[in-house]
Design a protein around this ligand. Structure first.
Ligand SMILES: [Zn+2]
Length: 649
């Protein structure tokens, strides 16, 4: 041993600190026998030095005293004097104890210093070795915990079993005697469910009590309310034990870690009594915190899963209720099937046709819709179920909406019918069917409000969808209708999917905000003569423009009809404006009933900036569809010339 000869020692020994005891390995023949002593006063000098972390320089007469009555850990003849050097880590942990004996002249001081310095190098080497080992241990620890999560997600472990496995792995890894996990009950910062090892088996962890009020425990209250980590031990900081009223004599050290953030506490992990040290280390805090995060996450995951199941159940039940309300009365179905369906007048094939007031009062719109669909799809299996579909669709539109009602759906569907008839070669049979059905359903269950209103009033639909709240809702209700009526069940699976996907895209395309976002791109496409409707993406753009054109078709009817349609829209808009005013929010002139005299000018703006650019783009894409453009321009001229007072005459 190098140090032994350098210091001139007659003999030297090393004791390993193995947690709660110092161990000396004695070689006898070919075997090494460990002999150990607890790290505390009352046995050998090395155990006492490990306990106090002090370097001792002892004469023979001092080898045995009340602190170390067994003297040196060396059997047989005792030396005259001995130096005992604890090798300390930077955080004051004793790794080993070295003992050097000298019989005659004693140690030279500089050699003792050298021994101390050398001891530090040895300690550093041991620390590096320890770090390597602990990294390996940490890797295994993390792998074990991740495996617990994996088993939980694969449903091989229940929630309790997973928490149990994580907490026990953590407890053993950081060498704590006990661990308690507090799961904070949502929205009640100081109420918690407690998970800990059962009294009969410390390796089974379970929820032992529910809804504990943490205010009754000073330590937990401090951690919960102030979101602080508390790491205390008996001894140096005994006043903390008093502060937190910890009176249990079996508790020597406590580490309490909050999980979550100061705004939202999710849980607290409390570990008690570090086995091989007076208190817990900083690295323990990280491991405790990680284990707590994992446990909190899986509890949260489980709760979300339960909520999701409940929500799906509720949604399915509401879907059944909604469908039931949309199913037409059996008498209406019988009547629709038994009487001859009224045919629309021959000139209904033009864009500017609109049912007369008499036709509207005779409730003929469903009949006319049936005729239009039959005109396009006569003899198709689809038509066998179409009567129920159209009656359900009619019922799905709210009569309380003055504009977004079945009459508007009819108006838009009629425009679509004329377009499809005019250029049927442009669209496949299924495309025609999707365009017609999407148009008929495009505003189903419309509440008579705009998307910005839904957002401002925090309507549930604005939470359900990211954008185009209404259009997504109409599409969703349409899907319910399709499923109930089974109108596409005769299609091959791929065609069925293409049909419902296409209908969804078409309905969502009626969101004007989306239309404006695409408009510039489409204008450039047409201007640069790059538009090619044989390309699927371009074809979809064309269909979107057609959907918007049909949706706006009330603006290119004979002026008197357009005027009435426009007023019915203003009735809806003014109701919305009233609500905005009541909330002190800014109101646009089109929503402000006190500015009704601005209607002609607002209409001029609407036609110039929305309707005409849209139908103009359409005619550029499909020149044969020029009528909507011509009719819109005519109405624009009238709106420009008319004063409000004349609108009623
Ligand atoms: Zn519409």
């Amino acid at each position: 041993m190098f140090l032994k000869s350098y210091t001139g020692a007659d003999d030297a020994r090393i004791y390993h600190n193995e947690g709660d005891c110092v161990v000396r390995y004695v070689k006898e023949q070919c075997n090494r026998h460990p002999t150990n002593w607890p790290v505390e006063p009352g046995t050998i000098v090395a155990a006492y030095a490990a306990h106090t972390r002090q370097t001792l320089y002892l004469e023979q007469k001092d080898f045995c005293n009340k602190n170390h009555p067994l003297g040196l850990g060396k059997p047989g003849k005792q030396p005259q004097r001995s130096v005992i050097l604890p090798m300390l880590t930077p955080n004051n942990r004793v790794l080993a104890i070295m003992e050097f004996d000298k019989d005659e002249t004693g140690f030279k001081e500089e050699k003792i210093h050298y021994a101390l310095a050398y001891g530090s190098w040895v300690t550093a080497a041991l620390i590096r070795k320890g770090i390597r080992e602990s990294l390996r241990d940490a890797k295994e620890y993390n792998a074990t915990i991740l495996n617990c999560l994996k088993c939980f997600l694969h449903e091989k472990l229940t929630l309790n079993q997973c928490i149990s496995a994580i907490m026990i792995t953590m407890r053993e890894f950081i060498r704590a005697e006990k661990v308690i996990f507090y799961h904070i009950i949502a929205d009640k910062k100081l109420d918690a469910d407690i998970y800990e090892a059962t009294s009969y088996n410390r390796d089974i962890f379970t929820k032992v009590s529910r809804k504990i009020d943490l205010r009754k425990d000073f330590l937990m209250k401090d951690v919960a309310e102030n979101h602080v980590v508390v790491n205390i031990h008996k001894g140096d900081e005994e006043q903390d034990f008093k502060k937190y009223n910890i009176t249990d004599p079996a508790i020597n050290s406590v580490l309490c870690v909050p999980i979550g953030n100061p705004k939202r506490l999710l849980g607290i992990v409390k570990v008690i009594n570090k086995v091989d040290h007076p208190m817990f280390f900083d690295i323990d805090l990280v491991n405790v915190s990680n284990a707590g995060m994992y446990c909190t996450s899986i509890i949260f995951y489980t709760a979300i899963g339960k909520q999701l199941d409940n929500t799906i159940t509720i949604a399915n039940k509401q879907k059944v209720t909604l469908t039931r309300h949309m199913i037409p009365c059996i008498h209406d179905i019988i009547q629709f099937r038994s009487r001859p369906i009224t045919k629309p007048p021959p000139y209904y094939l033009s864009f500017d046709w609109y049912p007369t007031k008499d036709e509207l009062s005779r409730d003929l719109l469903a009949d006319y819709v049936w005729w239009m669909f039959n005109d396009l799809f006569e003899g198709d299996v689809f038509m066998e179920k179409f009567d129920v579909f159209v009656l359900m669709c009619k019922k799905g539109y709210r009569k309380t909406s003055s504009y977004h009602n079945f009459e508007h759906a009819f108006c838009a569907t009629h425009c679509m019918f004329v377009i499809v008839r005019t250029c049927s070669q442009k669209f496949s049979y299924l495309e025609q069917m999707a365009l017609m059905c999407a148009m008929l359903c495009h505003d189903i269950d419309h509440p008579g409000n705009t998307n910005p209103f839904l957002k401002a009033s925090e309507h549930p639909l604005s939470k359900l969808y990211k954008f185009a709240f209404l259009e997504n809702h109409h599409s969703n209700v349409t899907r319910i209708l399709i499923n109930h009526c089974k109108i596409f069940d005769h299609l091959a699976p791929d065609d069925y999917k293409a049909m419902v996907d296409d209908m969804h895209r078409l309905i969502v395309a009626t969101d004007l905000a989306k239309h404006f976002r695409k408009k510039k791109y489409l204008d450039d496409l047409v201007k640069d003569k790059r538009f090619d409707d044989s390309l699927p993406a371009h074809k979809m753009h064309l269909k979107s423009i057609i959907m918007t054109t049909c949706d706006l078709s009330g603006q290119f009817k004979p002026f008197d009809r357009t005027r009435e349609i426009t007023f019915s829209l203003y009735i809806e808009l003014y109701k919305e404006g009233d609500w905005l005013k009541s909330k002190g929010l800014p109101v646009h002139s089109t929503l402000d009933r006190t500015r009704y005299l601005d209607i002609p000018q607002d209409q001029v703006n609407f036609l110039s900036m929305v309707v005409i650019p849209c139908v103009q783009l359409l005619v550029q894409m499909v020149p044969v569809l020029k009528d909507p453009y011509t009719l819109s321009c005519n109405n624009l001229d009238i709106w420009k010339r008319v004063s409000f007072s004349k609108l009623f005459h």
